[in-house]
Design a protein around this ligand. Sequence first.
Ligand SMILES: NC(=O)c1ccc[n+]([C@@H]2O[C@H](COP(=O)([O-])OP(=O)(O)OC[C@H]3O[C@@H](n4cnc5c(N)ncnc54)[C@H](OP(=O)(O)O)[C@@H]3O)[C@@H](O)[C@H]2O)c1
Length: 242
Amino acid sequence: MERLTGQVALVTGASRGIGRAIAERLAHDGAAVAVGYHANRAPAEALATELRARGGQAVALPVDVTRHEDVRRFFDDAEARLGPATIAVANAGTLFVRPFVEMTAEDFETGFAVNTRGTFHVFLEASRRLREGGRIIGVSTNLTRLAQPGFSLYQASKAAVEQFVMVLAKELGPRHITVNAVSPGATETDMIAPAHHEALAREIPLGRLARPEDIANVVGFLASREAGWVNGQMVGANGGIV
Ligand SMILES: NC(=O)c1ccc[n+]([C@@H]2O[C@H](COP(=O)([O-])OP(=O)(O)OC[C@H]3O[C@@H](n4cnc5c(N)ncnc54)[C@H](OP(=O)(O)O)[C@@H]3O)[C@@H](O)[C@H]2O)c1
């Protein structure tokens, strides 16, 4: 169903994993899509080419979300090529795992750089540019509700994203822009080594890790007109872990 015809979506971290699936889903639903990549240009270019071949509008653009100028340029370039942004997905993220007592002071910056500062930059540009009906979507994790040894910085960096979502939803409500996040559980991407898959799958009631498409389906809904009354929410997509 072409629910997003006429919409312009920007997705960070769309070269692979969940972000790639989100870009594909939004393009499938009819949006013109800016495929943001950082280190992996070739797969992002290939995805944009594929989406255009399927009849969509798509462009691959570089963006390091840790740098505000980069994110501003990403929005400028995407808007110049595709039109004014109406959907922004702050998906780019990195995993940082280390027991607390072993951390260095520098680890704090590393743990927050992409997940929190990067999301902040995307939300900042989106909040300034999107008009009525706009959709801002972050990506958190189900781990913010499941204290996991070794994951303190990762969980904290994503908890900050959730607080941005809740406050921004209230601030942008009067402009009729919704702000939400998807909270995935363990998902089959480069972020989780295959050696961990079996043990993780045993903890998930539905018996397997998520596929990137499972998460992208939720983002597709949050981006849609039908989700207009969903605002300030963290929508879990985790196969039943509570
Ligand atoms: N996989 C899971 O189990 C899981 C669970 C919960 C939440 N999440 C969240 O879901 C999101 C996507 O994760 P994933 O599993 O798809 O990860 P992934 O496969 O490791 O991909 C990470 C993506 O982030 C991009 N990225 C990394 N550093 C960046 C930077 N400085 N600027 C811009 N982009 C950058 C990468 O771009 P390049 O490849 O171009 O460098 C890549 O596209 C993340 O926010 C993650 O925290 C994942």
